[in-house]
Design a protein around this ligand. Structure first.
Ligand code: NOJ
Length: 732
């Protein structure tokens, strides 16, 4: 375990905190203990309207331990005062908020941030978010969302780090470090919340809140690892999910919440339900009423009830009837108090009301926002090196997203304001000093073609058309699933009209999910995936389009050719009848009649303004036994990456492995490492990777996680489909 994780774990493992918790617990009544397990929303609702309670009265009698959705140091302090000065035991409230990709300084949406493949940068964005959120009185964020997502129809794919469990774990840990720092009692630290525990990303048909049913092996090897990584990094809280897992709602799932999380991983923080997910045990059909729901939720291991009013109204009675043990309430209360003590809330319950004015959108924060946006862009295609744009070329900027400041914020930007955003149009107009041709062309979703003629005329006057197309900010995120993965409205038609002018077209895409754009990719010269870039959208895009910075983002999610390929992910099993990847409709193979099985743009893909070549990888380890790997021996892999283009660039070299001859079928490839290499033109860099036992372990036939003997294949490659293999036998 890295040293930093050990340090980060310290707040929850401190004997001093445990002693304070025990002494406080002894003085608490049952009602006051249960109060610590209750959370209600103040202000905007981030779920269906629920019970209306008199919050002040509840806080004053110690009946509520946490509030979500209240922001502003003054507002937060006012309610905190009721708890700290007006309640018998003076236990401070913990204020939570969805600070997902920045607070006032809004960063790219998390899927975009993950495309940076830059853990240090992600950590810095989380740090900035924590500094700003804490200045608003918020000491708890419901982030990171670490759900592995393999289905682009699911709107919440935007909130996470894509389809890979290994990368997902690295990204999860980076967020936790950034939010929590090494010392949670630092007033700028906020406690993180890994969500949604667990397997929410596997919702059937990509429909939000839908059923999940998967094997324990897939749960353990695919969906649990990012949560485990967050726990190892010292995350203070987890949120239980809405979905069922094998028929058992995740918010009443003792196996995942207690056996795995507490028993196997030793997690000492607390678990909060998702919004009314305790109440939803009733429509799930495993509880007939709120009383049974509260009983099942707490007994399974959900410590705090968000917004359902089930714990607040039913737990006292349940304890009296003996359906919930006093000890279970004590333990849940302990976990919540531990986090409050670790945050230093007992010493410093109030937010410093002078901080917000200095911290929000500070120049340093905006610089991080611009860097993050620049690094999140993925150059999908660049034919004829149409990018970077050369100065002096006449540009027509066209499309409904070119000047839409609001959409640049992405979905989860609770405190984001469109006035803080610089749009692509305004940044480009500034760069071109009045020489920019602009036409909106159409709306994101409309049938009207009234603006087409103006757009075509602008393109005709220009040397190159830059088209800003895609989804609105509210087409991905919670409850925003789609059955189509095309450009909404008549944007494709507008694009066709502009393409018909014969001018080269650069397509800049804004979206929170992979889109299926085979026609578009065949007919435009360049495609730049921009996600929703945040407040610095315009400057970051202009720098990239003009080559002040070269794109270096890589996809963390496969872009399909057709929606019918979903769920689509690179780390799939081979099947017994693998289809060819270069041809369709071969009889009796696992393919489609009408489409390839491969993505249009694979996981890991991303171009830049120079080109790189890879040597075949070399495995430096000559022979190894499975038992040696378990004991700490490693396998070393090396390759040489050369910049064969004309400019400097960043290449993300990716290490993939596959294992055969094992007790259970393993994916055709799995990411196990990467290295961002900055290489000058004409130069090459040797890159070396170390594979440890933990990297190669998986859940075998006996359900134990370990390394098995077999044939190991490795690739060092620019994406999940490229590269030459090298092999090594892992001996028994
Ligand atoms: C519901 C969402 O699923 C969750 O991600 C969010 O943190 C809560 N609402 C609180 O707003």
């Amino acid at each position: 375990m890295p040293l930093l994780s050990l340090l980060a774990l310290a707040p929850f493992d401190s004997k001093a905190i445990d002693a304070r918790v025990e002494s406080l617990l002894k003085r608490m009544t049952l009602e006051e203990k249960i109060g610590q397990l209750v959370q209600f929303s103040d202000g905007s609702a981030t779920g269906p309207e629920g019970a209306q309670v008199d919050q002040k009265a509840l806080v004053a009698k110690g009946g509520m331990g946490s509030v979500l959705n209240l922001t502003g140091a003054k507002e937060v302090n006012a309610l905190q005062r009721v708890a700290v000065e007006g309640s018998r035991l003076k236990i401070p409230l913990i204020f939570g908020l969805d600070v997902i990709h920045g607070h006032r300084t809004v960063f790219p949406v998390p899927l975009g941030l993950s495309a940076t493949w830059d853990e240090g940068l992600i950590e810095r964005t989380a740090r900035v978010a924590a500094v700003e959120a804490s200045a608003d009185g918020v000491r708890w964020t419901f982030s990171p969302m670490v759900d592995v997502a393999r289905d682009a129809r699911w709107g919440r794919i935007m909130e996470g780090a894509g389809e890979d469990p290994w990368l997902g774990g690295r990204v999860a840990a980076a967020y936790v470090r950034g939010y929590q720092t090494r010392d949670l009692s630092d007033p700028t630290a906020i406690v993180a919340c890994a969500k949604h525990y667990v397997a929410y990303g596997a919702a059937e048909a990509g429909r939000d809140y839908n059923t999940v049913d998967l094997s324990d092996r897939v749960l353990r090897d695919v969906y649990l690892p990012p949560f485990k990584a967050a726990v190892d990094a010292g995350v203070g809280t987890l949120m239980s999910a809405f979905n069922t897992v094998g028929g058992v709602p995740a918010s009443a799932n003792r196996y995942t919440l207690t056996d795995v999380l507490r028993g196997e991983w030793g997690f000492r923080g607390f678990v909060v339900s998702d919004w009314n997910s305790i109440g939803e045990l009733i429509p799930h059909g495993i509880a007939l009423d709120a009383e049974e729901a509260a009983e099942k939720g707490l007994n399974a291991g959900v410590d705090m009830d968000m917004a359902a009013n089930a714990y607040a109204s039913k737990l006292v009675g349940l304890v009296k009837k003996g359906r919930v043990k006093q000890g279970t309430v004590d333990e849940a209360t302990r976990r919540v108090l531990r986090v409050k003590f670790a945050l230093g809330l007992f010493e410093r319950p109030y937010a410093d009301e002078s901080r917000a004015a200095r911290e929000m959108l500070s120049p340093g924060h905006l610089a991080v926002a611009r860097e993050a946006a620049e690094r999140s862009f993925v150059l999908l295609k660049n034919e004829g090196a149409v990018l970077p744009l050369t100065p002096g070329r006449r540009v027509a900027l066209i499309g409904p997203l070119a000047d839409s400041a609001d959409d640049m914020l992405g979905e989860w930007a609770v405190r984001g304001r469109k006035e803080d955003v610089t749009s692509l149009r305004s940044a480009m107009a500034e760069r071109l000093k009045g020489g920019l041709l602009y036409a909106k062309g159409t709306e994101i979703q409309t049938e009207s073609e009234a603006g087409f003629a103006e757009a075509v005329a602008a393109a005709q006057k220009a040397d190159v058309a830059v088209m800003a197309l895609g989804e609105s900010r509210f087409m991905s995120g919670e409850a925003f699933s789609r059955t189509r993965l095309d450009l909404p409205g008549n944007q494709r038609k507008l694009l066709e009209a502009v393409v018909a002018t014969g001018k080269p077209v650069v397509l800049v895409l804004f979206n929170g999910r992979p889109l299926a754009l085979p026609w578009e990719s065949a007919h435009v010269s360049a495609m730049l995936e921009a996600w929703f870039p945040g407040v610095q959208a315009g400057p970051a895009l202009v720098h990239t389009l003009y080559g002040d910075v070269a794109p270096s983002g890589r996809l963390t999610t496969s872009f399909p050719r057709a929606v019918g390929q979903e769920p689509l992910y690179y780390n799939r099993l081979n099947t017994g009848r693998p289809a060819r990847t270069d041809a369709i409709a071969e009889r009796f193979t696992s393919g489609y009649l009408d489409e390839l099985i491969t993505p249009l743009f694979p996981f890991g893909h991303g171009l830049t303004y120079t080109r790189f070549t890879y040597s075949a990888p070399k495995i430096l380890t000559k022979s190894i036994r499975a038992a040696d790997l378990a004991k700490g021996k490693t396998i070393e892999v090396e390759a040489v990456v050369a910049n064969v283009g004309a400019s400097a660039g960043i290449e993300t070299a990716q290490l993939y492995v596959a294992q055969r001859g094992t007790s259970v079928a393993r994916p055709i490839r799995e990411l196990k490492g990467y290295e961002r290499l900055r290489i000058a033109p004409g130069e090459s860099r040797r890159v070396r990777f170390v594979l440890r036992g933990a990297d190669l372990a998986f859940t075998g036939l006996d359900m134990k996680r370990k390394v098995e003997p077999g044939e190991l294949t490795v690739w060092v490659a620019p994406n999940a489909e490229a590269g030459a293999p090298a092999k090594l036998r892992i001996l028994p």
